[in-house]
Design a protein around this ligand. Structure first.
Ligand code: SAH
Ligand code: SF4
Length: 351
């Protein structure tokens, strides 16, 4: 990484066009550059042999291709892996790699830390340090693809369920999503990209009107206003009823469903009555719900629901025609499971 050079990663089609123009080159060169950066994932300006040598040299003098650097790799017994990535200002984020039979899912961060302050979440303990740039969002995909030797063209699913609240950094997240979904870019279809939100109502409305929106998942986590406000203080600003209204107003494509996430907390939000209330809240929506086993930690006040509770909860929802899936938590042994991203070393003073 060279502080004097600008990173090409993160620049979109228009920005590359302007750059190419400023170097006095023909516009089609910007399309070649875009394709080489994101579709072929070239790692060095000198490797961009589709461009003539003179152009490569002019580019290399002012620009570079740089990814976040790998600070740590923690591989789980179940083959998932957690990557600690170091950004240019020495802050760190985490990205999780989850291989499945026919695809790979990457869990991406959208911010360094998070300001939303949910009581059950490790990321909340960090507070918000800053937003990620579009280049840093893309950098996570590029850095993990490089670490795992994932060839271009492999089937990837992306979920913004790592650190941060993506809707509080929507412009940069969507800039990255457009490059990720572009067939000339990463070529990952929008239906394989999911943004998860704690329910930032105005931004949900904004996303609803974007023709290039990815899928939406909403962290419900409670069955009443009061309960949700206790878990997620953001509920006082954007109450559950408004979140649900924004969900009902959210335009879905054919066969698309909204996803709700529900972290089950022992004795807090996991009773039969909670399940019945959740079914009522979601009645009539084209939605499914992922029941997430809670990942406990000494710094957090809750306990995980026992498995029989999780199953009973699922059953009550199923009886009311709400498809409910128990999300097998992967990478628990390496602190990679949902909501567990917390830069463990840093918080424990090891890093
Ligand atoms: N900020 C966004 C996306 C990141 S959090 C959001 O809140 O949706 C991704 C998911 O992890 C959320 O559904 C959240 O409810 C869940 N989560 C947070 N802490 C958790 C924990 N300790 N155990 C299990 N899931 C957790
Ligand atoms: Fe932020 Fe999501 Fe964690 Fe809440 S659950 S603190 S919104 S990362």
């Amino acid at each position: 990484m060279n502080a004097g050079r600008q990173n090409l990663v993160g620049l979109d089609r228009q920005e590359l066009e302007r750059l190419v123009q400023s170097l006095g080159k023909a516009p089609y060169r910007s399309r070649q550059l875009y394709h080489a950066l994101y579709c072929r994932r070239e790692r060095e300006v000198s490797a961009l042999t589709v461009l003539d040598r003179n152009f490569r040299e002019a580019l290399a003098a002012r620009f570079e291709i740089s990814y976040p650097s790998l600070q740590g790799e923690f591989i789980s017994k179940d083959d998932s892996a957690r990557y600690l990535l170091c950004l240019q200002d020495n802050t760190s984020i985490e990205t999780v790699f989850m291989p499945e039979e026919d695809r790979i899912t990457l869990c991406l961060s959208s911010q360094v830390g998070c300001a939303v302050d949910c009581r059950f979440c490790f990321t909340a303990l960090l507070g918000l340090q800053r937003n990620l740039s579009a280049g840093e969002v893309l950098g996570q995909v590029l850095a993990v693809a490089k670490a795992r030797a994932i060839p271009p063209g492999s089937r990837l699913n992306l979920v913004f369920m790592g650190m941060g609240e993506p809707l509080l950094n929507l412009a940069q997240v969507m800039k990255a999503v457009r490059i990720l979904a572009d067939p000339e870019g990463f070529g990952i279809p929008l239906r394989r990209i999911t943004i998860s939100t704690s329910g930032i109502v105005p931004r949900m409305g904004e996303l609803a009107h974007d023709p290039r929106r990815p899928k939406l998942a909403v962290s419900l986590n409670a069955s009443s206003e009061e309960q949700r406000s206790e878990l997620m203080p953001i509920n006082r600003k954007y109450p559950l009823r408004e979140v649900l209204r924004a969900c009902r107003d959210y335009p879905l494509r054919p066969r698309e469903r909204l996803t709700f996430e529900y972290v089950l907390l022992d004795g807090f939000n996991d009773s039969d009555a909670d399940a019945r209330r959740v079914a009522e809240l979601l009645q009539g929506m084209r939605a499914k719900i992922n029941l997430i086993p809670y990942n406990p930690g000494a710094e957090l006040p809750y306990r995980a629901s026992p498995l029989e509770r999780v199953l009973a909860f699922q059953q009550i929802l199923a009886e009311r025609r709400i498809p409910a899936y128990i999300r097998i938590s992967r990478g628990q042994d390496i602190g990679a499971a949902c909501g567990q991203l917390r830069l463990a070393g840093m918080l424990k003073g090891e890093g």
